[in-house]
Design a protein. Structure first.
Length: 89
């Protein structure tokens, strides 16, 4: 989170609190948050706080093209709570 490019990165924006997300867990080194368009409800992304693999437009890495869902109002908060509770067990 130290370069100009980082300021535009979604994960850096979530980690810094500049972009809202349902945070499931966070340590000094990683952050876990709900995917806003999950494959399944509760689909959680776990990301390092520092960038491990830099990405550039057109780098050839293909994404997943599975059907995505949308959370209903309040549903993402409920799933984040369930996951946080499960991590504490």
């Amino acid at each position: 989170m130290t370069t100009t490019a980082d300021a535009r990165d979604i994960i850096c924006r979530i980690a810094s609190g500049d972009l809202d997300a349902e945070i499931v867990a966070r340590t000094d080194h990683a952050i876990a948050f709900l995917d806003h368009r999950p494959v399944f409800y509760g689909h959680t992304l776990v990301c390092p706080i520092g960038h491990v693999i830099p990405r550039t437009k057109g780098d050839g890495l293909k994404g997943f093209f599975w059907p995505r869902r949308s959370y209903a109002t309040g549903q993402s908060a409920s799933y984040a709570t369930l996951l946080r509770e499960a991590l504490q067990e």
